[in-house]
Every structure is written in C-alpha cells, then in structure tokens.
Design a protein around this ligand. Structure first.
Ligand code: HEC
Ligand code: HEC
Length: 501
C-alpha cells in the first residue's frame, strides 16, 4: 500500500507543508520542502532503476520548488514497498512581480477570454478553443471539421490530425471582413496543426505551447520592452492568437486595430448566459475603457494590459480538487481500489512518474533552468518540415520532435477530442496512448527519450499487463478530474458564446 498514516508525525517534524517519508522506516518522515533534496535523491537510489532517475529529478526540482524534491523522493520509497508516501499538495501559484493580481484584473481577464470581439470577424474567443468541460482543450476537436491534413497536406489520409477550428481565411480593410479561399481549407474554418493543450494549470509551465515558444520572459509587443523578466509565459502566450491568421485574425491584423475595436465594443455583446458576477462588473463598467481605468488607473487599452489581465484570470484556474488531491490529503475513500492500484503502477513499473510527476502530473516544475520537460516519445513518424517540435525554438537538432509534457489533470475530459499534440492515431484515446507506451512505435526516432519503453529502453516493451493498463487508465480518466472543471463551476464558470445555442 502506498498510503501511510504518519501525517501527524510529519507535521510534528516539520511545519513546512510537504510531507514525505523515505519509505524504509515509518519514523524517518523527512520534509522534502525544507531542503530535503538530498534525502529525496538517496531515497531514489534505494528504489529500482526508474526510481533512481526519479531521485535525480527530485534534486533538480529543489531549484524550482521546494515541494517537488520530497515528492519524487517519496515515490522511490514507495517502490521499496515497505512504506508509503505523501505527495506534495497542489503547488502555490506563482505570480510575476510585474503582474500582481487584483479582483478587478481577474474579472477583466475573464471577460476578455470569452470576448468573441477579440477576433477579426467576431466568431472566435480564446474560450472558443479552450473550455473547462473539455479539460481546457477544444470540445469541437471531435467534430468532422476539426481535421488537419497533417504532413502530407492531404485530408483523408493516415497522418491526419485533430486540431482546433479557427477563423476562416480573410482580409480586413478596417471596416469590412472579406473571406477568401484557403489553399487547404477552402472557405471552411482553418484548423490548427496541433491539438490545443489545456490552459488550466498552465501557470506552472516555464514556457507555453507544445514547443515552449511562448517564453517565460514577456516582451510587450507594443514597445518591444521586457514587461516581465521571468514567469510571464502566460502573458507571452496570450498575445499570439489575436494576431494569428489561422486562429482569431484576418491576414495582416495589428494590435492598434484590436485596441480600437475594443474601445468601441460593448463588452460580451455576443455572449449569453453570463454569470452574475461578470454581469455586475459589466453593469458597473459598461465599456472597455471604463474597465481598463478601474483596473489600471487610466482608460488606455494597450497590449500589455490585455495580456496581464488574461494571464491573471488564467492563474486563478487551479484544478486542485481531483479525487487524487482528496486522497493525497488523507481521504482514503476518494479513489477506488483500482484507481489506487493504477496510481501505484503509474509511479512504479509504468514509469509514468518519470515525466508526469505528482502533484501536477507533469515535469514542468522539476526543471532548474534546463529543458527537461521536452521529450520525443517515438509515437509517430514525424516530418521535420511539418513539425519539428522544440527544435523550432532552440534551433538545436537534438531537440527535434520534442514536445512538452502536458499535465494529466483533467485528461479524461480531453479524451473525446483526441490526446497528445496530434489528437489522432496514437493520441486517439487513452487506450491508444497506453498501447503506444507499452510498445513504442518508432523506437529509433531521433532524440527519443531513453526512459520510454521498458527497463531495456525504447525497444523494450513496458512490463505491464492488460489489467495494469486498465487500472492506469481508470486512474487517469477518473481520478484526475476536478468536478468543478467538468461542470464548469466557479472559478471555471463562463458565459455561453454567441456560437453556442
Ligand atoms: C483557434 C483556436 C485557439 C484560440 C482562439 C486560442 N487558442 Fe490557445 N491554443 C490553441 C492551440 C492549437 C494551442 C497549441 C499551439 C502550439 O502548441 O503550437 C494553444 C495553446 C494555448 C496555451 C498553452 C498551454 C500549454 O500548456 O502550453 C494557452 C495558455 C492558451 N492556448 C491560451 C489561450 C488564450 C489566452 C487565448 C486567447 C487570447 C487562446 N488560447 C486562443 C488553440 C487556440
Ligand atoms: C519521457 C517522458 C514521459 C514518460 C515516461 C511518460 N510520458 Fe506521457 N507524455 C509525455 C509527453 C512529452 C507527452 C506529449 C506527447 C505528444 O503530444 O506527442 C505526453 C502525453 C501523455 C498523455 C496525453 C495527455 C494529453 O493531455 O493529451 C497521456 C495520457 C500520457 N502522456 C500518459 C502517460 C502514462 C500513462 C505514462 C506511463 C505509462 C507516461 N505518460 C509516460 C512525456 C512522458
């Protein structure tokens, strides 16, 4: 059993939040949070081969956050089989000093996130492609219009992918939007070549997007100045889609055009079923200039202010009430026996924790300035001319085909639209993903991560049975879903879009 009952003991030993036993002796609960990195590392060595790596990752984690080291070390202890583990709780959200939160700023960000007038033709908000009930991804990704032709450029072939439907190709002369034919999608909505990852829990990502091109350092597009030195990846990300001509923009759109449009717009004029608190805010500040004045002191609408508000909204979206979180906080009944078993396998022979480490079920926290969160899993025959992954950002051939480890929180809600950055094939659903992890389809893919596959490496099948896979899937599909995310309750509540019934 993975659980242990030394919670009280640990809280006596350390007042710092993270509790972690090394697993060999119930009396040696050590605190991964308070400089426990060393302990975590040695606990790792005591485990199996996989856990040794986990121990190393634990030490790296100390640089980024105190909690991670203890967590990973605890895993190794569990592998030893004699003890149990407490994992670090959901981390505290980091705010960049340049962009501190206020309630009004959060509210403005939420309104802008659901504002279809942010797009050139009033049909696309951020929330068109990102919804809580779809696990932070796009619920429309399962629709027939959400197919991207993939590397061969032809629809209806095996390398097709599932992405997000964006704007139809268009031009805009300032007063009228004119649609034109796109070489691939004609007059239909264009589709992104990658499936949207979740925007929930993304505030912990050092860099955003699958390839990390939305960087921690946020440059204000209006001035070219550094607006956030570090920790601004959400801000960096948010300034992409409004100008992207496959997502929200007609060709050649500029920020001044967006500022002018918002100045004249009636906030959320196209939305309906607007939550009461948003409605009240709009009643109090009926125009965007009034809202920007309330938040920033003057009526000026500029790109930095837009980005700061949207990112502040996103930093509030912490999906930290999953069954796993309750179980980890001491409620043994929060997960079923099968899910607990699935979690144990996930942390041991499944080797999933080597990248999807709790509590975020990702490796974005354990980074210490290096790129450890980007990996090539060898899941598909990727074409470098179509998508070379992290290489596009770093220019290093050693980063070819690497993408960021996504959090697995709410992954069960993302499944319907397809998983991974492809949304299809090996990413069709959790069964397809597990089949690929068990027998890596392309073990000779360049830069494949050496930890995938079984103990013998990528060509070696993972040592898990069909029953094991079923339990791991049950754990991921059901025990990592926050019920408030699924039912879109506060803070995940939202207006309905004009495009929705
Ligand atoms: C047309 C659909 C679409 C729209 C509109 C859209 N996004 Fe996305 N979003 C995507 C896709 C696709 C990706 C992944 C792109 C990539 O990795 O290259 C993404 C990635 C992200 C990420 C990164 C998450 C991570 O883990 O890396 C965040 C955050 C996000 N979007 C927020 C937003 C915000 C804020 C807006 C509005 C300003 C927005 N999106 C508008 C489709 C969309
Ligand atoms: C070497 C690091 C690594 C290991 C080990 C690993 N993963 Fe992943 N995982 C990733 C990366 C990177 C992605 C994104 C890959 C892509 O989009 O092509 C991913 C994606 C996923 C997804 C899709 C999530 C989504 O939102 O689309 C699931 C589910 C998943 N992994 C489960 C697992 C399980 C279960 C295991 C253990 C059997 C495991 N992973 C082992 C790095 C890893």
């Amino acid at each position: 059993m993975l659980r242990r009952n030394a919670l009280l003991l640990v809280s006596l030993i350390s007042a710092v939040a993270v509790a972690c036993s090394d697993g060999t002796d119930p009396n040696t609960g050590n605190d991964g949070g308070a400089g426990g990195g060393g302990n975590a590392g040695s606990a790792g060595t005591a485990g199996n081969a996989g856990s040794a790596t986990a121990g190393a990752a634990g030490s790296a984690g100390t640089n980024a956050t105190g909690g991670t080291a203890g967590t990973t070390g605890g895993t190794a202890g569990a592998t030893g089989g004699t003890g149990g583990t407490e994992y670090a709780p959901y981390p505290v959200v980091p705010y960049p000093p340049e962009n501190q939160a206020t309630e009004d700023k959060e509210m403005l960000g939420k309104i802008l996130f659901w504002e279809e007038q942010m797009s050139s033709d009033d049909t696309m908000a951020c929330g068109t492609c990102h919804r809580a009930s779809a696990g932070g991804s796009d619920p429309r990704a399962s629709q027939s219009g959400a197919i991207h032709p993939g590397p061969d450029g032809m629809l209806g072939t095996a390398d097709d992918r599932r992405g997000a439907q964006g704007i139809k190709r268009c031009t805009d002369n300032g007063t009228t939007v004119t649609y034109k034919s796109d070489p691939v999608f004609g007059t239909n909505r264009q589709v992104t070549g990658r499936k949207p990852p979740t925007y929930l829990d993304a505030m912990f990502n050092r860099d955003n997007f699958w390839d990390g091109r939305a960087r921690s350092q946020f440059i204000d597009p209006d001035t070219g100045q550094v607006a956030i030195a570090e920790g601004g990846a959400l801000e960096s990300q948010s300034v992409g889609p409004p100008l992207a001509d496959a997502e929200m923009a007609c060709e050649g759109r500029t920020w001044p055009a967006i500022h002018a449009k918002l100045t004249a717009a009636q906030p959320l004029a196209l939305a309906h079923d607007i939550p009461a608190d948003m409605k009240q805010f709009i009643a109090k500040y009926p125009t965007y200039p009034a809202m920007f004045e309330a938040v920033y002191g003057t009526q000026e609408i500029n790109t930095k202010r837009i980005a700061f508000a949207i990112a502040t909204h996103e930093r509030r979206l912490t999906s930290n009430q999953t069954p796993w979180d309750r179980w980890n906080a001491g409620d043994a009944s929060a997960m079923t026996e099968a899910q607990v078993r699935g979690f144990e396998l996930f942390m041991t022979t499944g080797r999933c924790n080597l990248c999807h480490a709790p509590p975020l079920f990702s490796d974005v926290l354990a980074q210490g300035g290096t790129d450890i969160e980007f990996h090539n899993l060898g899941f598909l025959q990727e074409d470098p001319n179509f998508d070379n992954g992290r290489e596009k950002v770093t220019g290093n051939a050693t980063d070819r085909f690497k993408v960021k480890t996504p959090t697995l929180r709410n992954v069960g809600l993302r499944e319907a639209g397809g998983l991974l950055h492809t949304g299809a094939g090996t990413g069709a659903n959790l069964e397809a993903v597990m089949a690929a992890y068990k027998n890596i389809p392309f073990p000779n893919s360049p830069n494949i991560d050496p930890v995938v596959g079984g103990p013998g490496g990528p060509s070696d099948p993972l040592q898990i049975t069909g029953d094991d896979i079923a339990d791991i899937i049950d754990f991921m599909r059901n025990a990592l879903t926050d019920p408030r995310v699924k039912s879109e309750q506060f803070p995940f509540d939202r207006p309905k879009l004009g495009s929705e019934p």
